[in-house]
Design a protein around this ligand. Structure first.
Ligand SMILES: [Zn+2]
Length: 128
């Protein structure tokens, strides 16, 4: 299980942002850091997501960049996003299913969809 150390943010740490939501840290606020995955996390995100989710999100954002909710959720529905994603699979040479899964999860996070919402929608699509 991943653990996070709680530290106080101060300017000596540099201009840091939350590795999940992308919000810049304010002086003297509590922030969280794990040796296991690189990235600092704000209190709001620590409370909102499980430690396991935060670990996964940090890995995805460290790999593919961006942050949770970076894009306007109204711009693209999750269903539309999944359809586009399947289009991507059909015309690229991607054969690594693990990477494709990571990219889909990353894309959902960019639009502020949680993994639970992504799974719910995929279940509904499969059921049709
Ligand atoms: Zn945050």
């Amino acid at each position: 299980m991943i653990t996070f150390d709680k530290i106080k943010y101060h300017s000596d740490l540099g201009n840091l942002k939350c590795g999940i939501c992308g919000e810049p840290f304010r002086a003297d606020t509590d922030i969280y850091y794990s040796q296991k995955v690189s990235g600092y996390v704000c209190e709001k995100c620590i409370k909102r997501f499980s430690k396991q989710q935060i670990e996964e999100f940090l890995v995805l954002f460290n790999t593919y960049k961006g942050h949770f909710g970076q894009f306007n959720i109204s711009v693209m529905t999750l269903k539309h996003m999944i359809i586009e994603f399947f289009d991507l699979i059909s015309y690229t040479s991607h054969t690594d299913i693990i990477e494709l899964n990571m990219r889909l999860r990353h894309q959902a996070l960019l639009y502020g969809y949680t993994p639970e919402q992504l799974i719910e929608l995929m279940k509904r699509i499969i059921a049709k």
